[in-house]
Design a binder for this molecule. Structure first.
Ligand SMILES: Nc1ncnc2c1ncn2[C@@H]1O[C@H](COP(=O)(O)OP(=O)(O)OP(=O)(O)O)[C@@H](O)[C@H]1O
Ligand SMILES: [Mg+2]
Length: 265
């Protein structure tokens, strides 16, 4: 296998049982470097569970997950995060009592090489490192249009902005694969349009993205490839157009009461 043929991330017949419930079943998924992949399906389909499997929160009952060809399933979450497979959560998890910038700086802890002692003594090397970190965090805040509120307390900001802060914090740890669990949840229409631009901007910087999202305006406009699951099983896979027109998908998920996808054309 060479670099071009090895997918960045590969799920090979992955399954997990929770007691009697088969939450994910025989899931095969291959993600190429540079792609934006959508994982969609009805509530309870198993989407977040797939993310928990990829990030090591759960160990698959069956199958293997490979990162650049190397099995990673079963590794603890911190070992997976060290490979720069990084996520946001379906429910926001920001640190309260800390500013936007401090929250984003916290995301960069993996980038620092300072030791306890150099931190205590505030050595010149450590001060330089800290300055560089702040600079790169401010650049991320600029990119996500958060720079003007860098010093406001993160958890007292409106929900849509908190979601962006969470994304900024994850970006600060320099993901190679960015995993977004419902990034548009709770966003208004203009915020979700902004989110599309943000996601494409992140992709343009060379980050591969996998996202779970119910907002079809986001899914249809930013993804290169979509995997649809229902009851833990893949029911369809393909480009946005294939998925939009797939009768099985329309029946299982898009349904007649979801007219959002028409606007996404
Ligand atoms: N730790 C767990 N223990 C037992 N059952 C679980 C656990 N985590 C998830 N489940 C079950 O697995 C199924 C899939 O849940 P999951 O959260 O992955 O769905 P989802 O597709 O993310 O749904 P939503 O769109 O509502 O976020 C559900 O039936 C859920 O109740
Ligand atoms: Mg979920």
């Amino acid at each position: 296998m060479n670099d071009n043929s090895t997918p960045l991330l590969q799920l090979d017949s992955v399954g997990i049982n929770f007691g009697g419930l088969r939450a994910v079943d025989d899931l095969n998924l291959s993600i190429k470097k540079g792609d934006v992949v959508g994982l969609i399906g009805p509530n309870g389909a198993g989407k977040t569970t797939v993310f928990n499997l990829i990030t090591g929160v759960y160990k698959p009952t069956d199958g293997v997950i490979r990162w650049k060809g190397e099995p990673i399933s079963g590794l603890p979450p911190y070992r997976i995060a060290q490979r720069r497979i990084l996520r946001t959560f379906q429910t926001i998890r920001l640190f309260s009592g800390m500013s936007v910038l401090e929250n984003v700086l916290a995301g960069q802890h993996m980038e620092t090489h300072q030791t306890w002692l150099s931190g205590l003594l505030s050595l010149p090397k450590q001060r330089r490192e800290e300055k560089a970190l702040r600079k790169s965090c401010m650049e991320i805040l600029e990119q996500l249009d958060l720079a003007s509120i860098a010093h406001e307390e993160a958890t007292s900001l409106p929900y849509g902005i908190q979601r962006r802060v969470e994304m900024a914090r994850t970006l600060a740890a320099k993901p190679e694969l960015l995993i977004l669990d419902e990034p548009a949840a709770g966003l208004n229409d203009s915020e979700s349009v902004e989110l599309n631009k943000t996601i494409l901007g992140i992709r343009d910087q060379g980050v591969t993205v996998i996202l779970v999202e119910h907002d079809m305006n986001v899914v249809m406009n930013v993804t290169d490839h979509i995997c649809v699951i229902n009851f833990g099983r893949k029911i369809a896979e393909g480009g946005p157009e294939d998925i939009r027109n797939n009768p099985q998908v329309i029946e299982a998920y898009l349904g007649s009461d979801d007219d959002d996808d028409e606007e996404a054309a």
